[in-house]
Design a binder for this molecule. Structure first.
Ligand SMILES: [Zn+2]
Length: 83
C-alpha cells in the first residue's frame, strides 16, 4: 500500500488545527541543523529532482534558505513489479 500522503500528514502533526496553522504548513520534516544559523531550524521541503527510484527533495532552512539536507522519497513503482 502506498501511503505517501499519509506519511506527510503525520510528520507535520495532526494536532495542528486549520486556524492559524497556515504558516506551519510547509514545515514538513523535523528540525535540522543549519550550519549558517548554527542551530536546529525548521525546514522547508522542496522538490529537487524526479528520479526513477523516487522524488529527491531538498530541505531548506526557513530563516536563511541554506540547504541543510536532501532526501529521496522512494515510491513503490508498480511498473517495476513484473508478474
Ligand atoms: Zn539557516
Amino acid at each position: 500500500m502506498i501511503r505517501s500522503a499519509d506519511t506527510r500528514r503525520t510528520v507535520s502533526g495532526n494536532s495542528r488545527k486549520k486556524a492559524g496553522a497556515d504558516a506551519f504548513k510547509e514545515f514538513d520534516a523535523s528540525q535540522l541543523y543549519c550550519p549558517r544559523c548554527k542551530r536546529a531550524v525548521p525546514v522547508r521541503k522542496r522538490l529537487l529532482l524526479v528520479l526513477s527510484e523516487g522524488d529527491k527533495y531538498e530541505y531548506l532552512c526557513t530563516f536563511c534558505s541554506e540547504s541543510v539536507g536532501t532526501k529521496i522519497d522512494r515510491k513503490a513503482k508498480p511498473s517495476t513489479i513484473i508478474r
